[in-house]
Design a protein around this ligand. Sequence first.
Ligand code: HEM
Ligand SMILES: *[C@@H]1O[C@H](CO)[C@@H](O)[C@H](O)[C@H]1NC(C)=O
Ligand SMILES: *[C@@H]1O[C@H](CO)[C@@H](O)[C@H](O)[C@H]1NC(C)=O
Ligand SMILES: *[C@@H]1O[C@H](CO)[C@@H](O)[C@H](O)[C@H]1NC(C)=O
Length: 240
Amino acid sequence: MRITFGITWAAALVGLANSVAQSLAFAKPAENARAAAAAYYDSETGFTFSEYKVAYTLTSNVVVRIAAPSTATSGSAYPVVLQVVVPNGVGWGGIAWAGNMIKNPLTVAWANGNAAVLSSRWATSHSTPTMYTGATYEKLTTGNRVNGTHWQFTAVCNGCTSYAGSSGTIIVNPKGNNRLAFAFSASKPSSPSSNTSSIPVHDSPVYWNHDFSSGANANFADLVTRNGGHNNEFGNGTSL
Ligand code: HEM
Ligand SMILES: *[C@@H]1O[C@H](CO)[C@@H](O)[C@H](O)[C@H]1NC(C)=O
Ligand SMILES: *[C@@H]1O[C@H](CO)[C@@H](O)[C@H](O)[C@H]1NC(C)=O
Ligand SMILES: *[C@@H]1O[C@H](CO)[C@@H](O)[C@H](O)[C@H]1NC(C)=O
């Protein structure tokens, strides 16, 4: 009798854990909006990132890390290094740089073989985003991998943090909190080797306030070079 009771209780706990995992994966906006980001030093690349962990299941997170030059201001365009670590259960994931789907740069990514594919997108409605040339990505030679549990990419983005708004250029504040969103699906894009692949619709997006100030790097340009990347002084396609 006791044993039966114990097993029933254990089964109930597993059921509870699963439902908590479900509610974390499909969390409502308000539940995540309060959190900010903490500094994370990545010894592999040498960048200091502002880091936020998006709960994916009870035991796994999507980790979003953003590094910016310490000289960046909200007065002009600036590059970022974006590092995202994703559990293999995620078919595609995307960051919306103003925290909504419409009219902001969308960084969409998925694993293909032993590397992540990055795709630059933009949406003008709640339907499949189109290709966006206003943001460009260059993967670094470090910080990119796919293994048995995760896929991870590390890339310089020019154009992720500045874009045309309805009344002029909008620049994501490099020294403060910005509302970001992460959208994802367990399903993979139909042509994973192509960055113009169509992508299946996402589950409920997750939102948070990301404190960019903890990811300010004094030696940003030097670190980009050391990790095999190229600098573009203004972060908008204009080279030195
Ligand atoms: C693949 C095709 C996509 C379709 C068909 C789609 C469709 C939709 C729909 C219908 C909504 C509204 C949901 C609601 O009001 O309850 C929505 C919201 C949202 N989507 Fe998408 N989406 C797509 C791709 C993306 C991508 C790639 C991103 C980001 C990288 C994204 C980010 C968001 C966000 C942040 C919201 C909530 C805020 C808002 O409504 O603007 N979506 N999407
Ligand atoms: C796809 O990759 C090519 C080559 O790197 C790049 O020129 C293009 O802008 C990318 N397209 C998208 C939608 O990301
Ligand atoms: C797999 O990659 C993830 C993300 O980079 C990393 O955290 C994890 O330690 C790696 N696992 C192994 C066994 O190397
Ligand atoms: C990039 O920014 C610099 C400095 O603000 C500006 O001089 C240049 O015209 C811009 N280039 C483009 C392509 O927008």
